[in-house]
Design a protein around this ligand. Structure first.
Ligand code: RP5
Length: 309
């Protein structure tokens, strides 16, 4: 058992997979030496990825989800997701936002236009080795996404993010609360995470994002890595995808959050179980049973974190 994870409660079926990228030279600025492996089953692509259909996408900021990206995507039926399944007519539009190609470059966040200029041996994935298509573009290990090139993401291949999972337990009752933010792009509830900054070590990202998006400074707490792997983010494309390191911060008090940066709201939710949390958000947002109430695969990542109590 990896020390960083601690022991799950007795009787729980939870295995820590082998670290799968031993063959890569893991860049110090990205990964801890104590990285845990990935259970990709945690984030098997879902139906609507927590996008609230009632809320319009933010059209004012090109860095967010541009409407044309959403409109252009080819619908990929589940049975055709896997690259190994033949789909001779599959010809998704190639799209990379103007923002990624201009501002992202100026800010030192974006890759060059051509993937041939990227050293992918320095860009490991938590999912292990990934393949490349006939144009030298990395292929999303979770399969077809209906859009080629980078879409809204800065990098070809894996784009590293980090997510703080802040859980406050009442010392008397053991009742748990979880901190969430409302994203300003999709309007959905999400973990207060974000992308790893250029040159930043991923172990710092979760606390920085937490401070920026919820105004809570936990930078003196290390937290526990409870998930490392793929995120079923709506921005993922055939050639670019998000992978996160989720870090659990345990508190015995509930500091007052203040929304900032990409968050329009930040608040605590009752969260003794993932079902309680999801029901609470559905009620608040008046969502039906079929709508995933949390952004991307954050439900599954939170569920994973709750196993550590
Ligand atoms: C999700 O997007 C990650 O899990 C993380 O929460 C977030 C990072 O993107 P931004 O919030 O920076 O847009 O996939």
């Amino acid at each position: 058992m990896n020390e960083i994870l601690g022991e799950p409660h007795e009787g729980e079926q939870f295995e820590v997979p082998e670290n799968q990228y031993g063959e890569y030279s893991t860049p110090d600025q990205i990964y801890d030496e104590t990285d845990v492996g990935v259970d990709t089953s945690v984030v098997a692509p879902g139906s609507n990825r927590g996008l609230n259909p009632e809320l319009p996408l933010d059209e004012g900021d090109e860095s967010l989800h541009p409407p044309e990206q959403a409109e252009n995507r080819v619908e990929v039926p589940d049975e055709l997701k896997d690259w190994s399944v033949d789909w001779p007519d599959y010809d998704p539009p190639a799209f990379t936002t103007e923002w990624v190609r201009t501002v992202g470059v100026e800010q030192g966040r974006s890759d060059p236009e051509s993937p041939a200029e990227v050293d992918f041996s320095e860009r490991p994935s938590f999912l292990g080795e990934y393949s490349f298509d006939e144009h030298g573009r990395p292929q999303n290990p979770m399969g077809r996404q209906g859009l080629a090139e980078r879409g809204d993401l800065y990098k070809w291949g894996p784009n590293n993010a980090a997510d703080p999972i802040v859980v406050a337990s009442d010392p008397d009752t053991s009742d748990r609360k979880l901190l969430l933010i409302r994203r300003d792009d999709t309007g959905g509830w999400a973990l207060p995470g974000g992308m790893v900054d250029p040159g930043e070590h991923v172990s710092r990202t979760a606390a920085r994002e937490l401070n920026e998006e919820a105004g809570i400074d936990l930078s003196d707490i290390e937290g526990e890595v409870v998930y490392e792997g793929y995120v079923d983010d709506p921005r993922n494309t055939d050639n670019s995808w998000i992978e996160t390191t989720a870090r659990l911060f345990r508190l015995d008090y509930t500091p007052q959050p203040t929304a900032g940066d990409d968050a329009v709201e930040a608040r605590w939710f009752d969260c003794n179980t993932i079902d309680e949390l999801r029901a609470k958000i559905r009620e608040l947002e008046e969502l039906d049973e079929t709508t995933e109430p949390l952004y991307a695969s954050h439900s599954q990542i939170i569920e994973q974190a709750l196993r550590y109590f």
